[in-house]
Design a protein around this ligand. Structure first.
Ligand code: TXE
Length: 494
């Protein structure tokens, strides 16, 4: 069977890697290699950054007015919307998530380009009333330049939109390094934006390959003005360190060990539904997966019984089928990681309420599936309660008082999301204020908007994505002084 060969996308066209080497792309459901992507290195990073820099300094993009940039983002939104099914299929082929989830995600992406497209002509400086007579001072808000965008495999095009939409609205240009497991969608997206939306060559470049190779070369490149990263803590730290060497700003959206706090007065049916979907949606392969449930001792039995019952109904299978709720685990390495984490929980004495083992491929193939798993009898100091699994594993931890629940929730290296389940309005505000998490949901879990900031406390990240203010992270401010007097102030003898 012939396989597709995908080149990098640099300066508006396909560019084979300088080294001539490639990496295989495997479909996690069929377990077949459907194509190969460029295994890029520093030479390819150099070519992409140079093309981006030319586009930024000399190309048509450098002459786009702010309203023209806004119109371009709207055109990009229209092209994504027109190709949503195609792009969603490309995502599923690489990461194995269900088509319904990926299509839902891709269909929301235009909202990001429209929101930031609408902001493009609303970024203005100010004339400042300084104390200096005869001097006028005003500010210019300028783009930073070349932004390196490093993205993961779980929600590739959506997480790219979170970075690219504000960056382009502000007038920057991009070099994207998608995950080595899911590069095809970014390549197709870049091609569509250039060919159909009319994005000028060099504004959006995509180089594929390994994080430690082309990813590291990009984050260390002297002409990269900012690094925007989503992924794991190890890669994020490496990107941060590399950018620090060049004193470049970095945004990081990393992992989590997000807790749901279920109080005694909660609607336990709704809490069970929200928590089961909050961890097992996406097969747990979501940065904000609610992987810890902190449950009041009086609610424990009812909550666990219902959560187990709901979990038992989740259907694993072909990600393209409308009847499938969770597809295969995205990669063999991720499967091994999940099984290792399950092993820790068992060894540390947690009770397996449901799952806890691999499931053979329902279609008789070799796809890797893990049963949605709930562990009870977990204490917050167990490894299963501390480390991100990035898979379908929920750790249920008991508590007795509100103070204890807050302390357990905050006793984590991470701080991305948190859920509060209660009918007590005063408690809602007390607990929401006390939680160390970038997003707090009350009587629901997950969900967000391009209009609202998203990001993490502690090791869950740096900076926020989404919301109006965030566009400032892709701008720098210049202060311009004009002498209105005829003569310059001169302190020395004439
Ligand atoms: O992520 P990586 P992986 C978490 C999750 C998962 C773990 C590892 O816990 O188990 O991370 O997943 C690039 N310089 N999340 O290995 O490696 C890499 O090529 C520059 C959370 O897939 O962090 C890819 O493009 N770039 C998460 C991107 O970083 C580097 C989503 C993410 O890959 C690099 C995914 C380096 N030194 C995993 N090393 C979330 N927050 O949603 C890697 N990369």
């Amino acid at each position: 069977m012939s396989i597709e060969t995908l080149a990098n996308f640099v300066d508006g066209r396909g560019c084979p890697p300088a080294s001539g080497t490639y990496l295989d792309c495997e479909n996690p459901y069929s377990r077949t290699v459907w194509g190969r992507i460029a295994r890029s290195d520093a030479a390819d990073a150099e070519a992409a950054v140079s093309a981006a820099r030319r586009a930024f300094r000399e190309g048509p993009w450098s002459r786009f007015t702010a309203p023209q940039r806004g119109a371009m983002l709207h055109a990009m939104a229209d092209v994504v919307a027109a190709h949503a099914e195609e792009l969603a299929r490309i995502e599923v082929r690489d990461n194995g998530k269900t088509y319904k989830e990926m299509l839902g995600q891709v269909k929301r992406i235009p909202e990001w380009y429209r929101f930031y497209g609408g902001l493009a002509d609303k970024i203005n400086g100010a004339v400042l009333p300084t104390e200096k007579p005869g001097q006028m001072n005003y500010t210019l808000h300028e783009p930073l330049g070349v932004i390196a965008m490093i993205t993961p495999w779980n929600s590739p095009l959506m997480l790219l939109a979170w970075k690219l939409a504000p960056a382009l609205a502000a007038g920057n240009v991009a070099v994207v390094k998608p995950s080595e497991f899911t590069s095809a969608s970014a390549l197709r997206f870049a091609e569509l934006m250039t060919q159909e939306a009319g994005l000028p060559a060099g504004v959006l470049n995509v180089v594929t390959g390994l994080g430690a190779e082309v990813g590291a070369a990009l984050t260390a490149h002297k002409d990269v003005a900012k690094v925007a990263f989503t992924g794991g803590v190890t890669g994020g730290r490496a990107a941060y360190v590399a950018a620090a060497e060049k004193l470049r700003p970095v945004s990081l959206e990393l992992g989590g060990k997000s807790p749901n706090l279920v109080f005694a007065d909660a609607d336990l049916e709704q809490a069970a539904r929200g928590i089961v979907s909050g961890i097992f949606g996406s097969g747990g392969q979501s940065c904000v997966a609610g992987s810890r449930a902190l449950v009041h001792v009086s609610a424990m039995e009812t909550f666990v019984a219902r959560a187990v019952e709901l979990t038992g109904k989740i259907r694993l299978g072909d990600p393209m089928s409308a009847d499938t709720d969770i597809g295969p685990v995205a990669t063999p390495a991720q499967f091994d990681r999940i099984m290792t984490c399950i092993g820790w929980a068992k060894k540390d004495g947690a009770t397996t309420a449901i799952g806890g083992a691999p499931v053979s491929d329902p279609s008789g193939g070799e796809a890797l599936f893990v049963a949605p798993t709930i562990f009870t009898g977990v204490w917050n100091d167990m490894r299963i309660a501390r480390e991100e699994v990035f898979g379908p594993v929920l750790a249920v931890i008991p508590f007795e008082t509100e103070e204890e629940a807050i302390a357990l929730a905050n006793d984590s290296d991470f701080g991305l999301g948190a859920g509060i389940w209660t009918r007590d309005i005063s408690r809602v505000h007390r607990v929401a204020a006390a939680l160390e998490a970038g997003s707090v949901w009350v009587n629901s879990y997950k969900g967000g908007s391009q209009i609202s900031p998203f990001g993490g406390y502690k090791m869950s990240g740096l900076g926020r994505e989404g919301g109006m203010e965030m566009i400032r992270d892709y701008l720098q401010v210049k202060s311009v002084w004009l002498n209105l007097a005829d003569e310059v102030a001169y302190p020395f003898p004439l």
